[in-house]
Design a protein around this ligand. Sequence first.
Ligand code: FAD
Ligand code: DHB
Length: 389
Amino acid sequence: MRTQVVIIGGGPSGLLLSQLLLKAGIESVVLERKTRAYVLSRIRAGILEQGMVGLMREAGVSARMDAEGFVHDGTLLATENTTFRIDFARHTGTSVMVYGQTEVTRDLYDAREAAGGAIVYETEGVTIHDPKTDAPYVTYVTGGTEHRIDCDYIAGCDGFHGVSRGTIPASVRREYEKVYPFGWLGILSETPPVDDELIYASSERGFALCSMRNAHLSRYYVQCPLTDTPEDWSDDAFWDELKRRIPEEAAERLVTGPSIERSIAPLRSFVTEPMQWGRLFLCGDAAHIVPPTGAKGLNTAASDIHYLYHALRDHYLDGSEEGIARYSERALARVWKAERFSWWMTTLLHHFPDQTPFDLKMQQAELAFLRDNEAAQKAMAENYVGLPY
Ligand code: FAD
Ligand code: DHB
């Protein structure tokens, strides 16, 4: 079999790329290790930057997002004794969209299946061959049979634990990593959100975040030790801890209920360079991870797809090789800014186990500066709604 682009991974990165290529008349095949139901069962990101919203529209998959998503013009930041708002609309003239990653992925699967685009599920042993030559190909096994797809290019959209990154020899790769000494325990509950906007709360007991998916579905997180497991936390223990970390008036109106999903995510910053090796391109979590504070994971995956989509379009439609040659450089320039912002927000709002009294004063001073300084608020707003591509 032959196609123009083999896409490894049917998460948001791979699916978005496949839909954009399809609209441009460029053929691709998506190889996904799991089933569609499994991919859709993973509860992850909830906030879309303007750039991601624009890509969903460009890919022709925005109808439900535009009808059901919620536009947020600002967010609340809370500390022990003060709550203040970062006004995205005033500082940037734009906003973010609350629309869950599960819904994004569902819309992309539905569109791809409706258009008859190829997705192979439950692939095993995906292997990339000869990406440094003009004739790369990918082999994989489904149902006990080995298959081969010859192609022009390969997009490695297979997440942090995929095969694509490791195909680039260790002698070529440079990896940068920071592991944080805590995780986030997240729950989903069929209760109305505590506020119209998100609340990022910094407290002596640790960080907490109040988020949402829609008017009847809330998403809440509390910082927890890495040694905790979801089973260590009853729903009651979670709600009690959340209430202690958020402003009193929010705690009083919080509606609690049974959790319908509960999971712990460790926090990590990670980048691999370069993001391209011959005809193989890395996109999204395959190339970089951010701690979730500031909601940059999915959005940074989307910006990679923007650069790769335009590179492939320019190659196939205009015969220009510049985008292909400069993919890694362009994607990484924006990735590092998202890494900086996520690291900054994580450092600003979490309780660190080894924090000295001086470190604590620095956190408090930085928060007070942000509360009182318009320029600092503008810088935060610009990063939160998403830097330009
Ligand atoms: P993935 O979503 O990881 O998709 C990769 C796909 O490739 C998967 O479907 C996988 O099954 C498939 N795959 C892997 N290996 C192979 C293989 N060998 N062959 C074929 N297929 C393969 N971001 C935020 O902004 N906010 C959040 O709140 C947030 N919460 C998160 C919580 C968790 C637990 C995790 C893990 C991530 C979270 N993120 C969050 C990050 C965000 O979800 C990711 O950045 C986003 O999913 C990246 O998309 P992706 O398509 O690059 O990778
Ligand atoms: C969500 C997650 C985040 O990391 C964040 O900064 C904002 C919202 C969420 O899951 O809703």
